[in-house]
Ligand binder design. Structure first.
Ligand code: ADP
Length: 587
């Protein structure tokens, strides 16, 4: 049974007092002799007859008194200056009362006040304890801890430089003293940056398990709190936890949530996020390199981080984890096909070629979807057919199974639209692969797509970027030419967005427009705070020019587009080979 502590006893005692007070009052009123009211004339008569024993005078409108026979009475208080003297000369005892309340009433009042005050103190204490308990609870956030995870460096394919860099740290965590002996300062913090799904978390996990230490994972967004000081509290609790563990790897995902560049105008650092960031910086400076704690943070964008985070002694090593190149994609696909039955004819290299811009996570997803497809059919092994369908699912979502309610006109528009993209790609960017064109709609609402894969390369030229805009516009242009300008559809919205994004970035960031010149538009506008809208009209004019050039190209190849569209209407999906054959036969 729970023991009552002192505070609970006081609380119960107070409650009893409160309940008792009205009872005492009632008892007091009941036990008092019945009181008789006299008029002032009657009272004066009794005074004359010397029947009055005593009176109590006060400021109250009533005057209380007792007759010699013990009868209590009240009468009107005349409030005369010499009233007391007049009574005293008549041998009447005169008591003077300060207020209009009797001593019993005063005691009761005091009792009630003390009781309420005790309750108020009790409740407020309880409440503040509750708040501080809640605060403590919130400061101790959920830290996911893993030990002995099975992830090793051999489970990570590609990204060899990053992997080597991280592997070095295994020995450091195991023997920090060895490095200290040579005066080598190993990094306390490492930032892994790159697109999502490229294996940043995986790297950190592998480091922890190869070094045989705990892996403490949190997300930067856990520190973004509405309560002042809570974010900083959580940082302290995270590091306290890490120090208790001894050697460990602390992983902070989405570090940008706390480590965003600080506003220059807000140098004072009063802001809650500043406080959290400062707490992180203090904690990072606080532990010694020889403790064997390594903090790994991940972000999609390094350029948004505050420089203070990147200084020596903090996250002084920054490692890029980029999207996998062709070889890395092939390695990742091989890795995820290891424990799966793979058909002998399945060419993983061909799929690695098709999957430009796929992250490791997407490639893993691709293999998994293919395995699901094979399992659904009870097939002996995963074949190209399963991979093809999985590819569609990863890109566009599941194929729409019931296509009976799609209007034949909509199918036709999709076929011409996609044929337009495919033909223009083949004409102006022959180095790009068009691995697949389909008019099978997806459950996500996509009508169809033309899979356009550029070659793996470091830089993009101005002409390539312009061609990509033309490829994006081609679908809408074909719609306009075949079905009339009043019948163009909403199907081009993504294309228009993509075309605009490419064109704007060419002008704003890459100095690829004569009118805008060799300037970074954001820096220019940011420095001068100008409201220059000339970019809008320059973009519009340039887009119109590209549109007209593409229109000319489409008009010149109308027949080819028609042939491909008809083929699509018949077969729904065409492979690269089929597209090439179709083009060769028509030329
Ligand atoms: P990030 O932290 O960069 O967003 P993750 O490390 O969480 O990405 O990766 C998500 C998943 O993608 C991993 O669990 C793994 O299955 C797969 N993956 C990503 N990159 C690779 C890689 N280079 N090698 C093997 N698998 C990878």
């Amino acid at each position: 049974m729970k023991k009552f502590n002192m505070k609970n006893k006081i609380f119960i005692f107070t409650i009893i007092l409160i309940l008792l007070a009205p009872m005492v009052l009632v008892y007091h009123l009941k036990t008092k002799e019945p009181v008789q009211r006299f008029s002032y004339v009657e009272f004066m008569e009794k005074v004359q007859k010397e029947e009055v024993q005593s009176i109590s005078i006060s400021d109250s409108p009533d005057l209380e008194g007792v007759l010699k026979n013990g009868q209590n009475f009240v009468t009107d208080n005349p409030r005369l200056d010499d009233f007391k003297e007049n009574m005293l000369v008549k041998n009447i005892e005169v008591k003077e009362e300060q207020g209009q309340y009797s001593s019993v009433q005063i005691i009761l009042g005091l009792l009630l006040i003390i009781s309420f005050a005790t309750i108020a103190v009790y409740l407020s204490k309880n409440n503040s304890q509750q708040v501080s308990k809640e605060y403590d609870k919130m400061s101790n956030m959920d830290i996911s801890t893993e030990k002995d995870s099975t992830i090793r460096f051999c489970n990570i394919a590609g990204n060899d430089e990053a992997k080597e860099n991280i592997m070095e740290l295994v020995d450091f965590i195991k023997n920090p003293q060895k490095y200290e002996k040579y005066g080598a300062r190993m990094p306390k913090g490492i930032i892994l940056y790159g697109p999502p799904g490229t294996g940043k978390t995986l790297m950190a996990k592998a480091l922890a398990s190869e070094a045989g230490v705990d892996f403490l994972a949190v997300s930067g967004s856990d520190f973004v709190q509405v309560y002042a000081g809570l974010g900083a509290g959580r940082i302290r609790s995270l590091f306290k936890n890490a120090k208790e563990k001894g050697k460990c790897v602390v992983f902070i995902d989405e570090i940008d949530a706390i480590g965003k560049k600080r506003d220059r105008g807000n140098i004072g650092g009063s802001d809650e996020s500043d406080r959290t960031l400062n707490a992180l910086l203090t904690e990072m400076s606080g532990f010694k390199g020889s403790e064997g704690i390594v903090v790994i943070a991940a972000t999609n964008r390094l350029d948004t981080l505050d420089e203070a985070l990147l200084r020596p002694g903090r996250f002084d090593r920054q490692i890029e984890i980029g999207l996998p190149d062709l070889n890395a994609r092939y390695e990742i696909l091989k890795l995820y096909s290891k424990n799966r039955p793979i058909g002998e004819t399945l060419n993983l290299r061909a799929f690695a070629e098709q999957t430009v811009y796929f992250s490791g996570a997407k490639l893993e997803n691709l293999m998994n979807e293919a395995a699901i497809n094979a399992a659904r059919e009870n097939a002996d092994a995963i074949t190209e057919k399963h991979m093809d369908r999985a590819f569609y699912t990863v890109i566009a979502g599941d194929e729409k199974k019931d296509r009976s309610n799609i209007r034949s006109l909509d199918r036709k528009i999709t076929a011409y639209h996609e044929a337009g993209h495919a033909v223009v790609t083949k004409l102006i960017s022959p180095e790009n692969k068009v691995t697949k064109v389909t008019i099978i709609p997806s459950t996500k609402g996509i009508g169809g797509f033309s899979m356009n894969i550029p070659p793996d390369k470091m830089y993009h030229t101005k002409i390539e970027m312009k061609n990509n805009i033309k490829i994006a516009l081609a679908g809408r242009i074909v719609e306009e030419l075949v079905f009339g300008s009043d019948n163009v559809t909403t199907g081009a919205s993504n294309d228009i967005q993509k075309a605009t994004e490419i064109l704007v970035s060419m002008m704003k960031h890459f100095g690829m427009n004569e009118e805008i010149g060799m300037v970074n538009y954001d820096v220019l506008m940011g420095s001068y705070g100008s409201n220059d809208h000339s970019l809008v009209s320059t973009v519009k004019d340039e887009m119109k020019k590209i549109y007209d050039e593409t229109k000319k190209l489409v008009e010149d190849h109308k027949v080819l587009i028609k042939v491909l569209a008809e083929e699509l209407l018949e077969k729904e999906t065409l492979s690269e080979e089929e597209i090439n054959k179709c083009i060769e036969n028509t030329r």
